[in-house]
Design a protein. Structure first.
Length: 304
């Protein structure tokens, strides 16, 4: 912990320190060093939370240089979206958090922005989106089939499954980019709290409760999807992703109230990893119920 604290203090010591560190970490994947580019995004969040929009944006520019070069040289859009777009979303959400917006509002804003992005994409490209995803999926399956030796186990995808995968892919990818940005901001906020306000993030994270507006949006999207309105399928991953985070917060708040709550939390995390679909769905349902009846107020706080 002292190492992270000292590294954070070194990063915040000057704009040059933060910018150079963000540049170095964002360059790492180009040289074959994986899983460290996200540190650059955390630095953007930390600097923005501590020093404001201007210095945070300058660090964002430092970290964006490798992404822009990769796009122009090799059209590596994955690297571009993960580093540049992720950093930009973290910078924006960090500004809201710095302005004392609660995490519930931040998560809801991120969800609505993701929905707008998906709707604009459908307005701009229409049905071409599904054809593009289908081509990508078929290319991936063909690559897999070429790699296997036994032709009798050739991978095939049913037509119905192809329909659903292609119709949620855009929303799923958009939701993952936004949720990844929220996660990075959580880590950046934890880092800031570690340096200046130990335990501050825990109190904030345990109170995430989404408004009924997202419940209404989810119901509308689900009804439209049931009526086979194609673009509505892409909205479902965004709504469900937001409710998963809110439900995760709720479960942490509930389990922490028990004696030796860390044991119950550990058990919850293990079950979530082993049975993600079932436990994850239950977590989402609890978050939806919480948005309507406020479980913390009626149950957790009252019984604590």
């Amino acid at each position: 912990m002292n190492l992270l604290k000292n590294f954070g203090l070194f990063t915040l010591r000057s704009q040059l320190h933060a910018g150079l560190l963000a540049l170095v970490f964002s360059l790492a994947p180009i040289f074959g060093i994986p899983l460290v580019a996200w540190v650059a995004i955390m630095i953007i969040g930390l600097v923005t939370l501590r020093h404001g929009a201007g210095q945070g944006f300058i660090v964002l520019i430092w970290s964006a240089v490798p992404s822009l070069v990769m796009v122009f040289l090799s059209t590596d859009m994955y690297f571009f979206s993960q580093v540049l777009c992720g950093g930009l979303i973290v910078w924006f959400l960090a500004l809201l958090l710095r302005a004392h917006y609660p995490w519930s509002v931040l998560l809801e804003i991120a969800a609505w922005l993701a929905i707008v992005v998906v709707l604009v994409a459908h307005l701009a490209f229409g049905g071409e989106i599904y054809a593009w995803w289908a081509a990508k999926l078929h290319a991936l399956i063909a690559q897999y089939n070429q790699a296997i030796v036994d032709e009798d186990v050739e991978l095939m995808i049913p037509k119905q499954a192809l329909f659903y995968v292609t119709h949620i892919a855009t929303g799923f990818l958009t939701a993952m980019v936004c949720l990844n940005a929220v996660f990075n901001l959580l880590v950046a906020r934890w880092w800031q709290a570690l340096i200046f306000n130990p335990g501050g993030l825990s109190r904030e994270f345990l109170t995430i409760r989404l408004s009924y507006r997202l419940v209404i949006g989810l119901i509308i999207a689900a009804v439209l999807a049931a009526l086979r309105v194609e673009w509505a399928f892409d909205l479902l991953p965004i709504f469900l992703g937001a409710f998963f985070i809110a439900g995760f917060s709720l479960m942490n708040a509930w389990l922490m109230r028990f004696k030796r709550g860390w044991i119950w939390l550990l058990l919850f995390y293990i079950l979530l990893l082993l049975r993600f679909m079932i436990i994850g769905a239950a977590v989402m349902v609890m978050a939806i119920v919480d948005s309507i009846v406020d479980i913390r107020k009626r149950w957790i706080v009252k019984k604590s």
